[in-house]
Design a protein. Structure first.
Lengths: 332, 337
């Protein structure tokens, strides 16, 4: 707990969560605290939250790391899985086998897409922003070409629809998946050899190389993981919509980047915690739910999100340079 | 001084060799290859109309790209310029309609530029004052500007724009009818792009600020030791990008003869891609006006002419992505870090 509060970024996020929660509770005269409301928020966070984790790890890897293709990977994996499963297993009892086949195929496609990105960025030495912008077009294009354009319905799928709509002990399954992913990745980042090397690579690629780390392998692995996370998000989206389409979640990319940077991930690499990403996704979701609750204009959401991010810069930034001597500008 | 004159005299001999080594050459080659391939598949591509259409499509992107170029050259990134552009256009249009509906275009542009400049300066201030990566700041301001515009200024699509704006969009600089009977025209707005190109080129190549921009993009500590004031440079590049964003917004409104608050935002990555395809490194310190313009032309040719190549519309995005990857491969092979 002490380490939690000593990180000024996490402190800001926790404080803003508390402020939003209290304000929402007062303004809605308690209605906001209804468990049902929290349940509906917990359904909405995971999709974009998983994409934010994917972007966060690519940012941590440094070298201008970013994965702009996450949303397109999510849709492509869902479309490929949906088309294969529908044509081979459709009709014949869309039960557990259907669900397992969908998930496995989607994860495989996500892995393959991630490997392509990783290969381009590591071995190919492509700037990540260009490589993933290019693959984004390619993946979206493949999605359009394979699905033909309009959404493809998955029909009545009892088991599969549980992934997106089911509840365990009152907690929506997507949220459980999200929390498991968060716990898994926090462990990997803080306790595994890969995590240690990832931070080192992001901090100073040359130094990492001199310590005998194969930078290309780490990079390849990072972008592959990002693809896998994106495909998990794709599975959840498909299950909730019970259909697949090439342009589902088209607004998610920038929101995911917003969550990652608001969570304290440094786009220049080498810095950031999973907990920050989780708290940031909660804060943004609570803010938009609150505004929704109060019946304000939908566009006020964007404004307050931007304001919250800038506020986090202003508040945590001044804390950095207020007491110690201002550092020279490192990045612009 | 004499050494400088000598290299200038010797330049014509080695010009081609020097140019082939430049990153712009890759972009130019891709444009030429694309035009040849499309021209063979569909001869109707090789017409004046293609030139004017591409030019028209490149106007707004080109102006945005020049602003992005300065920010990238200084080692930053700006994703808020589309929000700034649409904010400037929409707020200026509403203001004009409310206060002075007959306002001349130039006055509207001045107002739009002023708004763009202020928003850009806010970006720059936040970046240097709080020492955070500019991607974070500009994502925040993008949401802030676009959200403020739609929540407080208006979310209604304005079709009947002020006369001045309408006139500026419809006035043609050159107008002609080709032998095929197609009417081609070049909008007067081309002059705005040319002016922006000249001013940006001048700043980057003929002023101390231009040197400072590249120096800061190369290495901030070294730029500081050279005596450049880093915060001034950061404020300048973001202010300039905001100014051009405001200009691009007004241009967009004039050419499309409408002001839609949901326009533009979301297309910023295409513009950044154009600048990077023109040879500017995402890590800063490089980039030229010529390369940027070639990158813009390449992107606009790609997005507007694939249908002529017989590429079915469902596969077009795959082809665009493949060409972006091809160009990045060419840059990556040049052995940059």
């Amino acid at each position: 707990m002490r380490s939690l509060l000593s990180d000024h970024h996490l402190r800001f996020l926790i404080a803003s969560l508390v402020v939003i929660l209290v304000a929402a509770a007062i303004l809605s005269s308690g209605q906001f605290l209804d468990p049902y409301n929290f349940q509906s928020m917990a359904v909405q966070v995971p999709e974009v939250g998983l994409l934010a984790i994917a972007i966060a790890i690519t940012m941590i890897s440094g070298n201008g790391g970013i994965d702009l293709s996450v949303v397109s990977i999510a849709n492509l994996s869902a479309i490929v899985a949906g088309l294969i499963v529908r044509s081979s297993l459709g009709g014949a009892g869309q039960g557990t086998l259907y669900a397992i086949a969908f998930v496995v195929i989607a994860l495989l496609v996500g892995t393959a897409c991630g490997l392509v990105n990783g290969f381009l960025v590591s071995k190919g030495n492509f700037p990540p922003i260009l490589a993933t912008l290019g693959t984004q077009f390619v993946f979206v294009g493949l999605s359009v070409a394979l699905s033909g354009g309009p959404s493809v319905s998955l029909g009545e799928t009892e088991v599969f629809s549980q992934i997106g709509n089911g509840v365990i002990l009152g907690i929506p399954i997507p949220f459980v998946v999200f929390i498991l992913a968060v716990l898994g990745f926090s462990w990997v980042l803080t306790h595994s050899r890969f995590g240690f090397r990832l931070y080192l690579l992001g901090t100073n690629a040359k130094a990492a190389n001199f310590t005998g780390i194969n930078n290309n392998t780490i990079m390849l692995f990072t972008y592959t993981l990002s693809g896998v996370l994106a495909s998990i998000a794709g599975i959840i989206i498909a299950s909730r919509a019970s259909s697949v389409k090439w342009d589902y979640g088209s607004s998610y990319l920038l929101i995911a980047i917003l969550i990652a940077v608001m969570g304290g991930i440094n786009p220049s690499g080498g810095w950031g915690k999973m907990l920050g990403v989780v708290l940031a996704s909660f804060a943004l979701q609570m803010l938009s739910s609150t505004l929704n609750f109060l019946g304000t204009s939908n566009f006020l959401k964007d404004f307050t999100w931007g304001l919250l991010l800038l506020l986090s810069i202003v508040l945590t930034g001044t804390r950095l340079s207020g007491f110690v001597k201002p550092k020279p500008v490192r990045d612009s | 001084m004499s050494a400088l004159t000598q290299t200038r005299v010797a330049a014509p001999v080695t010009f081609w060799k020097a140019f082939v080594r430049r990153p712009e050459f890759i972009t130019l080659s891709l444009i030429v290859i694309f035009c040849v391939v499309v021209g063979i598949i569909s001869p109707s591509f090789l017409s004046i109309k293609t030139v004017t259409d591409t030019l028209r499509a490149s106007l707004t992107t080109g102006i945005f790209a020049l602003g992005v170029l300065l920010v990238l050259a200084a080692g930053g990134i700006d994703v808020s310029f589309t929000a700034i552009a649409i904010f400037s256009l929409y707020a200026t249009t509403r203001l004009t309609l409310a206060v002075y509906p007959d306002a001349p275009y130039l006055l509207m542009v001045v107002v739009g530029l002023g708004m763009g400049l202020l928003m850009g300066l806010l970006n720059g201030y936040l970046v240097y004052r709080f020492k955070v990566p500019s991607l974070i700041v500009t994502i925040g301001t993008q949401y802030l500007f676009s959200g403020f515009l739609k929540a407080f200024i208006g979310s209604r699509h304005i079709m009947d724009i002020p006369k001045g704006l309408d006139l500026a969009g419809t006035t043609a600089l050159i107008q002609a009818t080709t032998s095929g009977g197609a009417r081609v025209s070049v909008s007067i707005q081309v002059l705005v792009l040319i002016l922006a190109i000249v001013v940006t080129w001048f700043i980057l190549n003929r002023t101390l600020m231009g040197r400072a921009v590249y120096a800061v993009g190369g290495s901030i500590p070294i730029a500081e030791r050279l005596g450049f004031n880093v915060s001034t440079v950061i404020l300048f590049v973001f202010g300039y990008a905001g100014l051009l964003a405001g200009l691009g917004g007004m241009l967009h409104g004039a050419l499309n003869r409408q002001a839609n608050p949901s326009d533009l935002v979301g297309s910023e990555l295409n513009v950044i891609a154009a600048v990077v395809l023109g040879g500017a490194r995402i890590t800063g310190g490089t980039g030229t006006v010529l390369g940027t313009m070639l990158g813009v032309i390449l992107i606009e040719l790609l997005t507007n002419n694939l249908i002529l190549m017989g590429v079915p519309s469902t596969w077009q995005k795959v082809v665009i992505g493949a060409i972006i990857l091809l160009a990045s491969a060419a840059f990556a092979r040049r052995g940059k870090t």
